[in-house]
Design a binder for this molecule. Structure first.
Ligand SMILES: *[C@@H]1O[C@H](CO)[C@@H](O)[C@H](O)[C@H]1NC(C)=O
Ligand SMILES: *[C@@H]1O[C@H](CO)[C@@H](O)[C@H](O)[C@H]1NC(C)=O
Ligand SMILES: *[C@@H]1O[C@H](CO)[C@@H](O)[C@H](O)[C@H]1NC(C)=O
Ligand SMILES: [Cu+2]
Length: 386
């Protein structure tokens, strides 16, 4: 750790080319694509140098793609696999999570249960990386899905999120807005940020997930007027999926914020990177991770039960994509951990260490933070982003 910090300070570990580092903020989607291309080049060079015999290579890795880049058939296959997970019976202990009725709910249940030890903690990035990967595995192994986990590209449709192919409400989207529901917007960033209400807030109006039933939560919704589950965090509380597509939260998805965490002031350590990505709440800065949840709003505005909205996994694949880019651009800092084991260090706790377990319950074996640093170790991850 000390050596890494020294090397980083001396600038010896900065792999990002000056060309990108010195860019002026511009079209964030173009910037993100260039950063992604740079990451692939660096990974390729790194593999050739260190382990030419590696079983996971750029050419055989799974390639996770932008939802917008998938064709209609690929999108429908993904949607069908998610619906399949929502039909398959839960594997969770009924006494532990009486509300978990499906395999989809098994993921929601463990996320609810672990919330205070996986957010604003040292394991935030790696826990969610493993969580999304296990979901992708379940879609493939239990529901016959042949593709890979797609991501929601934050850097398009800033002006009108209802036009995004993820949220446009069509048969090839993850459904669009909720019905209009009069409310006072959402409180984000533990109350430090207020997003005004959009045009929704109620049950989904249409699209593939219109009739889906959310079985647990909300526990601590950010959206005002959303009733808390009377059944407790893991109790059974069947309700419709609610959304309030919120353009105001898209204001965080900027080239300036992306540059800051990938090549700028917030890119030199995992601590700075993860903190800036998650937000500086007391300063009224929600950060791209948090803001992304509020773009969907409704059930997704609850840090505990946000995975009740299927778009959670596309948002978190994007969080992981940005983490993956940052790691490729900062090879000396990539394998490090910062932060404690309790949410915002509340209550105060020890520092997280690389050997700490990543527990995703019935959804997968226990890995460690260290196991989850490399998406191309082949043990178990082997994927890249495009
Ligand atoms: C999480 O599960 C543990 C048992 O494994 C239980 O003691 C705890 O109360 C649960 N917490 C929440 C918030 O579900
Ligand atoms: C919205 O705020 C107003 C004024 O503060 C309050 O009277 C009303 O009950 C609030 N509505 C909801 C749904 O929270
Ligand atoms: C970049 O991140 C740093 C560290 O969190 C923060 O202090 C600074 O305000 C950010 N810069 C911009 C332009 O947001
Ligand atoms: Cu989470």
């Amino acid at each position: 750790m000390q050596l890494t910090r020294l090397l980083v300070t001396l600038g010896l570990c900065a792999a990002a080319t000056q060309a990108i580092a010195s860019r002026e903020p511009e079209d964030p989607a173009a910037l993100m694509a260039d950063l992604n291309a740079e990451a692939i080049q660096l990974l390729e060079a790194g593999i050739e140098k260190r382990a030419p015999q590696k079983k996971c290579t750029i050419s055989n890795a799974r390639v996770r793609m932008d939802w917008a880049a998938l064709g209609p058939k690929e999108r429908k296959d993904y949607i069908a696999a998610v619906k399949c997970l929502q039909r398959l019976p839960s594997k969770s202990d009924k006494n532990w999570a009486p509300g978990a009725r499906s395999r989809f709910d098994d993921f929601l249940a463990i996320h609810i249960n672990r919330t205070t030890t996986i957010h604003s903690t040292g394991n935030f990035l790696t826990w969610h990386r493993y969580f999304v990967w296990a979901y992708e595995e379940a879609l493939q192994n239990e529901c016959g899905y042949k593709g890979y986990q797609p991501y929601w590209n934050w850097f398009t449709h800033q002006d009108d999120i209802t036009k995004s192919p993820v949220y446009d409400g069509s048969e090839t989207s993850l459904s669009g807005d909720g019905e209009f529901f009069q409310h006072n917007g959402s409180l984000a960033a533990t109350g430090f940020v207020h997003f005004p209400s959009g045009k929704g807030g109620g049950c989904l109006k249409g699209g593939p997930f219109k009739d889906m039933v959310v079985n647990m939560g909300p526990i601590r919704p950010g959206m005002q007027g959303l009733p808390v589950s009377p059944a407790g965090p893991l109790g059974y509380n069947p309700h419709c999926l609610r959304r309030d597509l919120t353009n105001a939260a898209m204001e965080y998805m900027t080239a300036t914020n992306l540059l800051n965490i990938t090549t700028g002031a917030a890119s030199h350590s995992v601590e700075a990177f993860q903190n800036e990505l998650q937000g500086r709440f007391p300063q009224g800065f929600a950060g791209m991770h948090s803001a992304g949840h509020y773009v969907a709003g409704g059930d997704a505005s609850d840090v505990f039960s946000s995975p009740s909205d299927p778009s959670f996994y596309l948002h978190h694949a994007m969080v992981d994509r940005v983490y993956w880019v940052w790691q490729a651009l900062h090879p000396c800092a990539a394998r490090s951990v910062a932060g404690t084991i309790t949410i915002g260090n509340n209550p105060p706790s020890r520092d997280a260490v690389p050997e700490d377990p990543l527990d995703i319950g019935v959804n997968g074996d226990i890995l460690t933070i260290r196991d989850a640093w490399d998406t191309m170790s082949g043990e178990p991850f082997c994927y890249i982003y495009l």
